[in-house]
Ligand binder design. Structure first.
Ligand code: FAD
Length: 819
């Protein structure tokens, strides 16, 4: 075994092999793959998986990873020439219930948005594809012709063969026992056969990922969970079958089951049983650590459903059963990327066979090009909040993921347990006002307030009342809070904001380097800017406020904060000239916005809050009543007002002071629902939907926050090239011809011609309660971006007419903000 390699990959399962394959394809042959067990039928999940690949996913990233996977496995089969490794028979997701049938129509929308070919088909058409299925009680099915079934072990073998030809080495029975580290970087691994130094290490140890991560003090909130799979003896109708898989693979989500053909026999898997968690450090130590006996009762249940759907199977016997282990993360997504506490280690964990080809490609891209080639925010290893490291949290969330794996999940569906983990100092006041709380990264976030129901009777309520899917987790009170904030004043709980203090003699130069705007401003100035990737993608948008010569506040969202902090840490100089501190728990925040905001705060303060003394986009240290605050005159709601920060222990008193002062001006508490529609009307981008690393600032419409002339910054070179080639697409505002249309986001946009290709998809949507329009945003090819262009947006099987509109729809001159 070598003692040096460019890359060491821990784990010879499908993720490790795929990473080695993609590295080889990009010319990196000096790769060593280590597995503690045998190759290629390994100890882990890959060797137990029946290998069904359903590419559709509500997430564009996850769907793209699956599409990359299909491409990878097809290419590897063709190149390695080790026989048939896969069966591209297509897939069916059958609908028994009306709810499921409607959900499948919604999924069709996703597939159009993401560019995956899929159709809805009738029971008769299902019968043609899978003649042994009972279809009389079905509504129909969602059919994806390019889906496939693979033999995981054979795929691994083919990927490994190609990587080996390019110079990679695969070693069986070589456990990694520890890591070599230097200056916060992982520089190699140790094994019983000696150490291997490496430029990079990839963690692809599947079920055992958390055990290895613990050696580096990394939190990988994922755990193995047992899952029932069974195979039958030959089905009479399949007698003489020569193909291993001829029928499309089948998901029966209404019954939490899936099916595949095994030649003359059939296999079925069931999620319809209690989740059986086995923590990674409790896995068996024998030669079958990922295989457990089934619970008879679980099998009986699955059997009943199976023979109802496939009556011929009733004449067979179950010839093999087992509970195989695979990993469940707390949010159902893979864990991917580099952590600032373990640089040069790429984590690729919690990955299904379905995504392994794509995740391997993303890992290789990241190593070779410094960019995964796809926005990986939903999978980012740095996304986890501190409480996700607890075992009790992990158990409860992983169990839930197992139970809900095939459920119809509304995008706003709220987790039930655990709740109440993180509350802002104003929580008791919010509760008294009848807040409806959503959970977000452990925070309890008020969406609207029951106490504001009275506004529905006094204000001009003429906006459409939603129905169906879009009406869930929505209340007309949102509209009342929105209008009240525009007409009078609203008090918003912003206590979940993530706040990073950047100090030190190198702070200004560092922030100039990592942001796109000029942040080396006068003290007291607040600047909207973004962090860009080297390829010019928007890693994050945020505000930077200069509070001293060497002191800045970087303010970002509660959900993205840890990712932004990780990015800043990974780009900060390590010579001691810059200090980064997460001060999110030390400081809390309220937003006070609306035309009467100044009257409210001035009436509670002896400091001068006038326009002359406290202009737009400036910050000051002031007092509100007795409370010391740092106020910043900015507004994501698009109204006059401030984000007001105070040490957390003063938070409740700050709320009470503003609330008391606001009474004579009619202040109301306003929630996240109003906040989102206020920002959309004003055209403010939401990170994660309107903007992320696949978009650059010019096409996203935030080019005004880029200063190309300020000197070098990350992403500048890429932006130069983009500027030279011109825009190919643009984020556009569209309004529906019928303002009562309510959609949720991600819907495909067409140009109105039934046969036209999809132009793009909706990144944000909401009703604009001030402009009385139903608004959607989405990227459109530049030739469609002109005002007045007619488009159509598909939602649950219907196409709705919309028109590209000048943006922002509300206060384009910023009169309100600057007043
Ligand atoms: P693994 O295959 O577990 O490989 C990890 C490797 O790391 C192992 O070989 C292990 O020996 C090695 N390793 C661990 N620790 C060390 C160490 N310290 N040193 C060296 N090596 C180490 N997915 C689908 O997409 N579709 C399906 O239909 C499907 N069905 C499934 C059904 C069952 C019953 C099961 C069990 C899983 C199923 N899965 C399915 C999930 C899928 O199998 C896994 O998610 C996937 O195989 C994980 O691949 P991996 O490479 O990450 O992990």
């Amino acid at each position: 075994m070598k003692d040096k390699a460019r890359v060491v990959i821990i784990g010879g399962g499908i993720v490790g092999a795929s990473t080695a394959y993609h590295l080889a394809k990009q010319g990196w042959g000096e790769v060593v793959v280590l597995d503690m067990g045998p190759l290629f039928k390994n100890l882990g999940s890959t060797s137990h998986a029946p290998g069904l690949i359903f590419q559709h996913n509500n997430s564009k990233t996850v769907c793209t990873l699956a599409r990359w996977t299909v491409q990878t496995y097809l290419e590897a089969q063709a190149e390695a020439d080790l026989g048939q490794t896969l069966f591209q028979t297509g897939s069916l997701e059958i609908a028994l219930t009306q709810d499921r049938w409607v959900e499948l129509k919604r999924k069709i929308g996703n597939t159009k948005s993401w560019g995956l070919d899929a159709h809805l088909i009738s029971p008769a058409e299902i019968k043609k594809l899978v003649p042994i299925m009972y279809v009389d009680d079905l509504q129909g099915a969602f059919y994806v012709p390019s889906d496939m079934d693979v033999s995981g072990v054979k795929v691994v073998e083919s990927l490994a063969a190609i990587a080996t030809k390019a110079g990679a080495e695969f070693h069986a029975n070589t456990p990694v026992t520890g890591f070599l580290r230097s200056n916060g970087r992982v520089t190699g691994v140790t094994t019983p056969d000696g150490k291997i130094e490496a430029e990079y290490v990839v963690l692809a140890a599947g079920l055992w990922g958390p055990v290895l991560a613990k050696m580096l003090d990394l939190n990988l909130p994922m755990t193995p969970c047992q899952h029932l799979y069974a195979k039958t003896s030959p089905v009479p109708e399949l007698k003489g079958e020569t193909e291993e898989v001829r029928h499309p693979i089948v998901r029966h989500q209404d019954k939490d089951m899936y099916f595949r053909q095994h030649g003359e026999g059939y296999g079925f898997g069931s999620y319809d049983h209690d989740p059986l968690i086995v923590f990674a450090d409790q896995l068996r130590q024998d030669d079958q650590p990922a295989k457990y006996p089934i619970v008879e009762e679980h099998l009986e249940h699955a059997w009943r459903e199976t023979i109802h759907r496939f009556p011929g199977i009733a004449k067979t016997q179950v010839i093999e059963t087992f509970n195989g282990c695979f990993s469940f993360t707390i949010d159902g997504n893979t864990i991917f990327g580099e952590h600032p506490d373990a640089r040069n280690l790429i984590v690729a964990e919690g990955v299904w066979v379905t995504h392994a080809g794509g995740v391997g490609r993303a890992a290789a891209n990241l190593l070779v090009n410094g960019d995964p080639g796809l926005d990986m925010r939903e999978l980012d290893i740095n996304r986890f909040q501190p409480h996700t490291g607890s075992r009790i949290y992990l158990r409860s969330r992983a169990e839930r993921q197992y139970i809900e794996v095939y459920d119809i999940i509304h995008p706003l569906q709220q987790m039930e347990n655990p709740r109440g983990l993180r509350t802002t100092p104003f929580h008791s006041r919010l509760k008294e006002l009848g807040a409806l709380f959503f959970e977000s990264n452990g925070w309890e976030r008020p969406m609207w307030f029951g106490a504001n129901e009275k506004l529905l009777y006094s204000s001009k309520v003429d906006w459409p009342i939603r129905s169906g899917w879009a009406a869930r987790y929505w209340s007309p009170i949102i509209g009342a809070e929105h209008l009240h904030s525009r007409e009078k004043v609203g008090l918003f709980d912003l206590g979940n904001f993530f706040k990073i203090e950047v100090t030190g003699p190198g702070a200004a130069a560092f922030l100039q380097r990592v942001t796109a705007n000029n942040v080396d401003t006068a003290i007291g100035r607040s600047t909207y800017t973004s962090l860009l990737t080297p390829s010019g993608g928007i890693k994050c948008d945020l505000t930077v406020t200069r509070l001293g010569a060497d002191r800045f506040w970087v303010l970002t969202g509660g959900g993205t904060g840890y990712m932004d902090m990780a990015w800043l840490r990974m780009h900060a100089p390590n010579d001691g000239s810059v200090h980064l501190q997460n001060i999110s728990s030390a400081w809390t925040t309220v937003g006070l916005w609306g035309p009467l905001a100044r009257e409210v705060v001035q009436s509670a303060s002896e400091d001068d809050w006038s326009n002359a003394a406290f202009p737009y986009v400036t910050a000051k240290e002031m007092y509100v009543g007795h409370i010391p605050v740092t106020a910043i005159r900015i507004s994501y709601a698009g109204e006059l007002g401030w984000e007001i920060y105070t040490p957390t222990e003063y938070g409740l008193a700050l709320w009470d002071t503003l609330w008391g002062a606001g009474q004579k001006f009619g202040v109301v508490a306003a929630g996240g629902g109003a906040f989102d529609s206020l920002r959309l009307e004003k055209g403010y981008r939401a990170w994660g939907s309107d903007i992320h690393t696949e978009y650059h600032p010019f096409e996203a419409g935030i080019g005004f926050a880029v200063r190309m002339k300020k000197g070098d910054f990350i992403g500048r070179e890429a932006l130069e090239k983009i500027k030279a080639t011109g825009l190919k697409r643009k984020l556009c505002a569209m309004t529906f011809d019928d303002p009562s249309v309510a959609i949720m986001g991600k819907e495909p946009i067409f140009d109105g011609d039934v046969h036209s290709p999809v132009l793009g998809y909706v990144t944000s949507a909401n009703y604009g309660y001030s402009v009385r329009q139903s608004i959607a945003y989405g990227y459109l090819p530049i030739e469609y971006a002109d005002e007045g262009t007619k488009v159509e947006i598909y939602f649950f099987g219907d196409r709705h007419k919309a028109t590209v509109t000048k943006e922002p729809l509300y206060d384009p001159e910023n009169f309100k903000l600057k007043g």
